[in-house]
Design a protein around this ligand. Structure first.
Ligand SMILES: Nc1ncnc2c1ncn2[C@@H]1O[C@H](COP(=O)(O)OP(=O)(O)OP(=O)(O)O)[C@@H](O)[C@H]1O
Ligand SMILES: [Mg+2]
Length: 239
């Protein structure tokens, strides 16, 4: 399946057009983007600019209307449904803004789900270790409704990292949290990213958080532009 591209993320002339009641909408316009393995990239831009839509394309949850979406050497447009499902299971972790935890499952079961999908033999003990790593070893048997917002977000992070994906996509992971809890989540996110060498794409409205990444790209009205970071300040910010 690997077509030999050295980039983990390679988007070339990508367009996304969706149909709505008011007619077709051009959501992403001629996007070109390369991300190396291990890079951290923040995505900023106004509401409705297409940030989440671009993340859905990278996750293989939405198909591009035209252009090439290549993740870890996989041309997503060329994969059938089964191969796409396998790709999502093995290569990508997603942290959604509103957590997307399964309400009828405990914290432990939520984190074990991707491991069970990946047929890991010791899903529950691995899930427990992940939850301990995010400071929730004492909340394994709590249901999402019995956890605070920050705790739910930590479960979502533990789940996204559980199967050790190469690419982690996080859509405003601190959007719903107070600033102190947000700080904890961000430290955790970058710590996990460093420990695993994960490539991180982080959508955020928080400029300070955006600057903690190696690069920042801006989406405006479906078009992408990029400004290089001052890496010295990025290092200071990451501590
Ligand atoms: N299924 C759909 N059909 C038609 N238009 C859609 C669909 N999904 C999203 N859109 C439109 O696409 C545009 C981009 O949406 P997207 O969710 O990617 O924005 P965003 O940059 O993530 O915004 P926010 O910061 O508010 O989360 C918006 O104008 C939205 O209304
Ligand atoms: Mg969004």
């Amino acid at each position: 399946m690997n077509s030999g591209s050295p980039k983990l993320v390679h988007l070339s002339n990508v367009n996304l057009t969706l149909a709505s009641q008011a007619g077709t909408v051009d959501i992403l316009k001629n996007i070109n983007l390369d991300i190396e393995t291990g890079e951290t990239v923040s995505v900023v831009g106004p509401s409705g600019a297409g940030k989440s839509s671009m993340m859905m394309l990278m996750a293989g949850l939405e198909a591009a209307t035209s252009g090439l979406v290549e993740i870890d050497g996989n041309d997503l447009g060329a994969l059938d449904e089964d191969s796409l499902a396998r790709f999502r299971r093995d290569a990508v972790g997603i942290v959604f803004q509103d957590f997307h935890l399964i309400p009828t499952m405990t914290a432990l079961e939520n984190v074990a789900v991707p491991l069970e999908f990946a047929r890991k033999p010791d899903a529950l003990s691995r899930a427990q270790a992940r939850l301990e790593a995010v400071g929730l070893g004492h909340r394994l048997d709590h249901f999402p409704g019995q956890l605070s917002g920050g705790e739910q977000q930590r479960v979502a992070l533990a789940r996204a990292f559980a199967a050790e994906p190469k690419l982690l996509l996080a859509d405003e992971p601190t959007g719903n949290l107070d600033s102190a809890t947000g700080e904890i989540i961000i430290d955790l996110l970058f710590q996990l990213q460093k420990d695993h060498g994960t490539t991180l794409v982080l959508i955020t409205h928080d400029q300070r958080l955006a600057k903690m990444c190696n690069r920042t790209i801006t989406l405006k009205d479906g078009r992408l532009s990029e400004s290089k970071q001052d890496t010295s300040s990025a290092l200071v910010q990451q501590g």
